[in-house]
Design a protein around this ligand. Sequence first.
Ligand SMILES: [Fe+2]
Ligand SMILES: [Fe+2]
Length: 395
Amino acid sequence: MSGGAPTHESDLSEKFRRLIEVGLALTSESDVSALLSRILFEARRFTCAEAGTLYLVTPDGKLRFSVVQNDGLRRSEVLVGNASQPITIEISPTSIAGWVTGTGSTLNIPDVHDLPGNCGYQFDSSFDLKSGYCSRSMLVVPMKSPAGHIVGVIQLINARRPGTEECTTFPKEQEELVLCLASQAAVALNNARLTSELQLAYSEAIHRLARAAEFRDHDTGEHIERVSRYSAAIAEALGLAPSDVSRILLASTLHDIGKLAIPDSILQKPGKLTAGEYAEMKCHAKMGADLLAGSENPTILLAAEIAFSHHEKWDGTGYPRGLRGDEIPVAAQICAVADVFDALCSSRCYKTALSSEEACEFLRKESGRHFSPQVVEAFFAVIDKITRIRSELPA
Ligand SMILES: [Fe+2]
Ligand SMILES: [Fe+2]
């Protein structure tokens, strides 16, 4: 997105057509950071601006440098900070971006080094000094939400004369166009944020549901988190699509959700289970599947598949259905390896933990018997990642 200089489009009607296209494209981008880069890029493309900055208004009322693009510099990303150390400035009428945020008006400045003495705002040259860049002309527009709130500011720097490297001023007619683009961008940003919030809430609800089952099974600690992350790592090694990997990451947390229906007397029994108790314990697979059945959501459906089949064995000796080989859904084949590896490495009220080497040896021995050989191979392909997850989430 940031590669290459924006091309000039001189015809105004062509620009309006393009504006509509960009507006539609922006609404389909749900990744907030990709969206912000795209907004700034498109605004620069419309105006042939060599550089630009997109600021967002933070919840604590500051302006955050969110995207910096500069075709005249190689290290513009250095100036934008990162998620843990964002660069912010106060919303003050004495700064150009602060003035635009405060007033909601556009500024079209021919030369930032030649501002009228009585305008109230000043050009902050510190970023130019740090980077060695020279800002001249600027077009600065507010990003206004449909409710009229300013959610950010687009600052376009150094318009280039079409077909040349020469810097010029931003034509008056571009003000309306960029303002229009900024409003579309504000709507798209709001939508992307809502989508992201919904996804987070959804993911959190699933984790909390999984924890409800784990809660009663006191010994298992971070078992669910580890199994989920091991499963995703294996799925990635198997070459599954990123969307499937994300789905497995979430769905595998629910593999033992059926344990909610198992009595404490069995779940927390310190000694060996009787044959009857073991038979009852085995019901958690079917119960989990029943609990999750009937959803129209693909992640919940996958979770139902995993819950139902994570105790099946490659050679057909598992439960509850005695599926064999590829009859077992891939996600359940994956979760089986992750689940058993983690259970072996964890101490429980009825057993001590094996070392990681011993657990690995077990997986190798059971490849083609308990486990899919391909999944075991994928597990060992990412053993470093598995070890890292184990150290981050100790048993
Ligand atoms: Fe289970
Ligand atoms: Fe488990």
